[in-house]
Design a protein. Structure first.
Length: 208
């Protein structure tokens, strides 16, 4: 998290922190910076691989930022090592904005959200696209699980900084799979009650 602060707290950001009284607290984060990229630990790896989507931000050569959603089955973003993420890029709307942006600036920001358990992880990194035919070993590592669709390229992110963000204001939301798991005890109870109800009806009919 120390490296993240060093990258995020630019001169103008520090100026605003001074104006609004948070500079001293933020300085403690800056003091932890060793100059080396932050590393992904077990908590970060487990969190990332459990997500079925995230937001990816890049910047165009004209300076405009661009944010895109990437989705797939949990685990489609692979933690290759403590400093590297990767996934298969499949065909989308064919605008290729993110890929084009990376040709002038490889810096990206990734935003991983867990809406069901209000938690978010922010990552700064440097992105590189690779041709699957030229990197068959990497292709194999990213092949399963993967997002459905025609494969276009491999995406590799070298992590520079990371930060577990405050859960404040995250509205809990649940995926279909999360709802199914949460509601299973309710469904089981309903099945049991239906069976009990049917048995009672039979007993009443027998008395008649």
């Amino acid at each position: 998290m120390s490296r993240y602060a060093r990258l995020a707290f630019t001169k103008n950001v520090r100026g605003v922190q001074e104006e609004r009284g948070s500079a001293e607290a933020m300085a403690r984060l800056l003091a932890r910076d060793t100059g080396e990229p932050d590393r992904l630990g077990p908590d970060e790896a487990d969190f990332i691989m459990a997500r079925d989507g995230f937001y990816l931000a890049s910047t165009g050569d004209d300076g405009w930022p661009y944010v895109q959603f990437r989705g797939g089955p949990p685990g489609f973003v692979h933690v290759l090592d403590a400093g590297t993420l990767g996934w298969l890029e499949v065909r989308g709307n064919r605008q290729y904005i993110t890929t084009g942006n990376l040709r002038s600036d490889d810096r990206v920001s990734l935003f991983f959200m867990d809406y069901a358990n209000p938690t978010r992880l922010k990552i700064f990194g440097r992105a590189e696209t690779r041709d699957p035919s030229e990197f068959p070993e990497l292709h194999g590592k990213l092949a399963e699980p993967r997002t459905d669709g025609p494969l276009e390229q491999l995406m590799v992110i070298r992590v520079e900084g990371l930060f577990w963000n405050c859960p404040k204001h995250i509205t809990p939301r649940y995926s279909e799979a999360e709802l199914a798991e949460a509601l299973e005890p309710v469904r089981e109870r309903m099945r049991m009650l239906a069976e009990e109800n049917a048995a009672l009806r039979e007993r009443l009919q027998d008395r008649d």
